[in-house]
Design a binder for this molecule. Structure first.
Ligand SMILES: [Zn+2]
Length: 283
C-alpha cells in the first residue's frame, strides 16, 4: 500500500459524505472521482505516448470552467452532455426517420470486435450512424475462447441480429500490445493479456528481428489474426458463413491518420475444410 492510499480514501469518503448530504437535502448530486484517477502514476507500462487524461482537472472549478473563445466547457463530460442535445437535434434534422426507427429495434449489418482505446471509436471512424454497428470492445481486442462476454455478443449478433460482417480491428500504438511486449507485472491484466503473450512467444524469432516500433505493429496484426481464428472456430459463425455468406474481416486502424487498413485473411480451401470438420457442431 502506498503512502497515498489513506489520503485517497480520505478524499473518497469526504466526497461520498458530501454526496450523501446533497441527497438528504434533495440537491443535484455530482460525483467525480478524478482526484483518485490523478493519484495514479501516469507513467504506465501501457503508455505508448504521454497521456493528458485529467491532467488539469480541478474538481471544484472545472465543471463550470469554459473556453474563453466559444464558451465550451473544458471538462469533456460537461461539454459532452451539452453537445448531446445539439447532436440529437442535428441528427434528427439530417435523418428524420433514424431515431423513430431505432426506437423500434436494431438491424446492424456489422459486428465490431475492437480495442477499448478511446481513439478507436468504430461508428465515427466508419462515418456510420447509431444502429449500424454492434460492438464489443476490450483491452487490446483479445478474444479468449471461453470468454462469456465476447462469446455472448458474437452469438447474439450472428445468430439473432444476423449481421453480414464480423470485423476484428486492432490499432497502432495499442497500449495492451505495448504491455505484452514488456515484462512488467500488471496484476489482473496479466491473465487478460495471456493470449497476446502466447502470440508473442510463437512469433518471437520474427518479432526480435524487427525494431521495437515495427515489432509492436507486427504483434498488433498477429493479434488480429489470432482473434479471427477464435471467431471462426465458433460453430455459430461457421454455420452463418456456410448458410448465408457471413463475411469475416481483419482491420488495422492507424491512430495517427484515422485510416483503416484491411488485412488479407483469405484461408486456403484446406484450412476451411479442417476448421469445419473440427469446430462445426449441430444441435
Ligand atoms: Zn488498444
Amino acid at each position: 500500500m502506498s503512502a497515498a492510499g489513506p489520503a485517497m480514501r480520505s478524499r473518497f469518503f469526504a466526497r461520498a459524505s458530501e454526496a450523501a448530504k446533497q441527497i438528504a437535502g434533495r440537491q443535484p448530486v455530482t460525483l467525480c472521482f478524478s482526484p483518485l484517477i490523478n493519484a495514479i502514476p501516469r507513467v504506465s507500462p501501457f503508455s505508448t505516448s504521454a497521456p493528458s487524461y485529467c491532467a488539469n482537472h480541478k474538481p471544484s472549478a472545472t465543471t463550470t470552467q469554459t473556453n474563453s473563445t466559444n464558451s465550451e466547457p473544458t471538462d469533456k463530460y460537461v461539454a459532452g452532455l451539452r453537445k448531446n442535445k445539439d447532436w440529437a437535434a442535428q441528427t434528427a434534422r439530417e435523418h428524420p426517420d433514424l431515431f423513430p426507427t431505432l426506437a423500434n429495434g436494431q438491424q446492424p449489418q456489422i459486428l465490431w470486435l475492437g480495442c477499448s482505446d478511446s481513439r478507436c471509436a468504430e461508428t465515427s471512424m466508419l462515418g456510420l450512424l447509431p444502429g449500424d454497428v454492434f460492438v464489443h470492445r476490450n483491452i487490446a481486442n483479445i478474444l479468449h475462447p471461453g470468454d462469456l462476454s465476447s462469446g455472448a455478443v458474437i452469438e447474439y449478433a450472428v445468430k439473432h441480429l444476423r449481421v453480414k460482417h464480423v470485423v476484428v480491428c486492432g490499432h497502432t500504438s495499442c497500449g495492451g500490445v505495448a504491455a505484452a511486449m514488456g515484462s512488467k507485472q500488471l496484476g489482473i491484466l496479466d491473465p487478460w493479456l495471456l493470449p497476446l503473450r502466447q502470440v508473442r512467444e510463437r512469433n518471437l524469432a520474427t518479432l526480435q528481428k524487427l525494431p521495437p516500433d515495427e515489432a509492436a505493429e507486427k504483434l498488433v496484426e498477429l493479434n488480429v489474426r489470432e482473434s479471427l481464428n477464435v471467431v471462426t472456430q465458433k460453430s455459430v459463425v461457421l454455420e452463418a458463413i456456410q448458410e448465408r455468406g457471413l463475411q469475416v474481416h481483419g482491420l488495422i486502424y492507424e491512430v495517427g491518420s484515422g485510416v483503416l487498413r484491411e488485412l488479407d485473411t483469405t484461408d486456403s480451401d484446406e484450412a476451411i475444410k479442417a476448421r469445419l470438420v473440427a469446430f462445426k457442431t449441430e444441435a
